[in-house]
Design a protein. Structure first.
Length: 266
């Protein structure tokens, strides 16, 4: 009960930490230092997973060969870049267009790094990505969102989840290639920029926050299915699940933290 009381402490409006002329990235730091009310909506899963300690389960036996991994990951980063580019194009202000273009740029840098790795392994990037286009495009259509705010939220949550997953999976790639690919995927994604943009909107419109909270929870299932599609399953289903389950527990906990950063209930 004490925890519930703490979570419902007085909410600090965005205007209290973001006076006129204050940059959003500065204001968002001030925002995180204030206590705020969580925006509640019906829950789809317990929050206990968010408190599960990290176990760093090895996914090496489920990691695809290098060319397959890179083909899937490179096209996924390209799709993320395309989605962010659409968000930039339809952004409601010039300021939002300018700041979010940086985030799109980060995704493009990851895509280019992965295609360079494909070439390093003697692959033609377009040919290596082509077999995986249909599945990733289908996922992108399902998680695109019905308006600009849902689209931006989707970019933030799904890209974060999948980048985290790919880092874990890439650790199973052999030798120096694995280390290089992990480094590419761990590069900055511009999450703080997206958080600042969404906090600015939801702090002034709690109803929007409630809608985005529900949308954020709806994204988890489809994103987990795409992550599973990236695996190379063995014939031992029970063993596979024993390795996958704790990884997804950690990924869902990270998803919860991203939702928390927006003041939304996961």
């Amino acid at each position: 009960m004490a925890e519930d009381a703490q979570r419902t402490a007085q909410w600090t409006p965005w205007s209290a930490v973001a006076s006129p002329g204050t940059p959003k990235l500065v204001a968002v730091v001030n925002w995180f230092q204030r206590r705020r009310t969580r925006i509640d909506a019906p829950k789809l899963r317990p929050r206990a997973a968010a408190d599960t300690p990290s176990t760093k389960v090895d996914l090496a036996t489920l990691t695809p060969d290098v060319a397959t991994f890179l083909g899937k990951a490179a096209y996924l980063e390209l799709a993320i870049f395309e989605n962010l580019s659409r968000v930039v194009r339809t952004a409601p202000s010039t300021e939002a267009k300018s700041t979010l273009s940086q985030v799109a740029g980060f995704a493009l840098v990851k895509h280019q790094g992965l295609t360079a790795e494909l070439e390093r392994h003697g692959e033609v990037p377009a040919e290596a990505m082509q077999p995986f286009v249909a599945e990733i495009d289908r996922f992108q259509r399902m998680t695109e969102g019905n308006d600009w705010f849902e689209s931006l939220t989707s970019c933030y949550l799904t890209a974060g989840f999948l980048d985290d997953f790919l880092v874990r999976l890439a650790a199973g790639l052999p030798g120096a290639a694995g280390a290089r690919i992990v480094s590419i995927l761990e590069a900055d994604s511009g999450e703080a920029i997206v958080v600042a943009e969404l906090l600015s909107a939801t702090s002034e419109n709690p109803r929007l926050g409630a809608r985005l909270a529900m949308w954020g929870r709806r994204l988890v299932g489809d994103t987990m299915l795409l992550a599973r599609w990236m695996l190379r399953p063995s014939e031992d289903h029970a063993s596979d699940e024993a390795q996958i389950e704790p990884v997804f527990t950690e990924l869902i906990a990270a998803h919860t933290r991203r939702m928390d950063a927006l003041g939304l209930t996961a």
